[in-house]
Design a protein around this ligand. Structure first.
Ligand SMILES: Nc1ncnc2c1ncn2[C@@H]1O[C@H](COP(=O)(O)OP(=O)(O)OP(=O)(O)O)[C@@H](O)[C@H]1O
Ligand SMILES: [Mg+2]
Length: 310
């Protein structure tokens, strides 16, 4: 049975669709990455899946429960870390964890044990007596994520949990999450950072403008989008009129300063056309280099190509 099953989910604000007919399914024990730029619809999607926002249309099944009809049953089984900070300013880190455990009905001894373990795992030991309002942004975010592990859950939703974390805290968190999925937890994870999704997720859906553009494992996405190559030609001069002559060649771009870049899955044909265009332009090639396109490049290129007006 799928842990999350959403079909045709739509939510509009003021006539504009924030999420526009999204369907997806997530199997138990997997990390599902929802990857997209600012305003793509990631948080709106998380809010619908966690029953905080009601969809305009579509259906949601969480752990086999109809989430629109029975939101409370769903909420008891899931953990949620929303994008906006949420904390009680005057509580200490230790008390914040314990209080959260109390809210979830975790017995006292178990609560103490879990809080101690989480403070250790999330590197919060040294600041456990500090009040939340006195913490740095990254520390506060770590408390917010750690606190969610005070209770048992089958499914955890994380909305950009690493924002504000330094590189080492970020890596620690991703490794911690990986370990927890090894223990059976299912995770729905949003980010706009591709490398993070690649590192953590078993499956990635790329969302923009409220729609899923593509879905696949990191390997599949790499094969689908990362197979391109970039050929770069450095010229001895910025030949006048060259940009116009290159403009019709697919994947080709003349940069200021006399550099020509070809981005393509098979750049050979474009290269032949570029060489033809250069012929008689007066410019000489000083250097040619070729490099494989990274998934990040391919992702950005895809987003630009799909952007409205492009
Ligand atoms: N409560 C709301 N009222 C009006 N518009 C909203 C509301 N919530 C979201 N939107 C709009 O819906 C779109 C999607 O927003 P959403 O917060 O889901 O994006 P996101 O992918 O989470 O972006 P970010 O990476 O910046 O967090 C945006 O255009 C946003 O302005
Ligand atoms: Mg968001």
């Amino acid at each position: 049975m799928a842990c999350i099953r959403a079909a045709g989910l739509t939510k509009s604000y003021g006539g504009t669709a924030a999420v526009d007919g999204v369907s997806l399914s997530v199997e138990p024990g997997r990390v599902f990455g929802f990857l997209g730029p600012n305003g793509a619809g990631k948080s709106t999607m998380i809010k619908m899946l966690t029953t905080l926002v009601r969809p305009d249309s579509g259906s949601i099944e969480i752990l086999g429960i109809d989430a629109v009809a029975e939101p409370l049953r769903v909420r008891r089984r899931i953990g949620v870390v929303l994008q906006q900070p949420s904390y009680e300013p005057t509580l200490s880190v230790e008390n914040a964890l314990e209080k959260y455990g109390m809210m979830w009905g975790v017995p006292r001894d178990e609560r103490k044990r879990r809080a101690a373990r989480l403070m250790d795992e999330f590197g919060l030991g040294d600041i456990k007596h500090k009040r939340n309002e006195d913490l740095s942004i990254g520390q506060r975010r770590r408390v917010q994520v750690a606190r969610e592990f005070m209770h048992e859950m089958d499914l955890l939703f994380l909305d950009e949990p690493t924002v504000g974390l330094d590189p080492s805290a970020r890596r620690d968190l991703l490794d911690y999450l990986k370990e927890r999925t090894g223990g059976g937890l299912t995770i729905f994870y949003t980010t706009h950072i591709l490398t993070e999704a690649e590192y953590l997720c078993d499956e990635i859906a790329v969302i923009d403008g409220g729609r899923i553009h593509t879905t696949g494992t990191p390997d599949e996405l790499r094969r689908r989008f990362g197979s391109g190559r970039t050929v770069r030609l450095r010229l001895d001069t910025e030949a006048p009129g060259l940009a116009a002559r290159l403009s019709g060649i697919p994947g080709c771009e003349a940069l200021p300063g006399g550099t020509v870049v070809i981005r393509s899955e098979s750049p050979e044909e474009a290269l032949r056309l570029v060489l033809g265009a250069l012929d008689g332009s007066g410019a000489k090639i000083e250097e040619i280099s070729a490099e494989p396109e990274t998934l990040e490049d391919a992702f950005l290129r895809m987003m630009r190509k799909d952007a409205p007006g492009s």
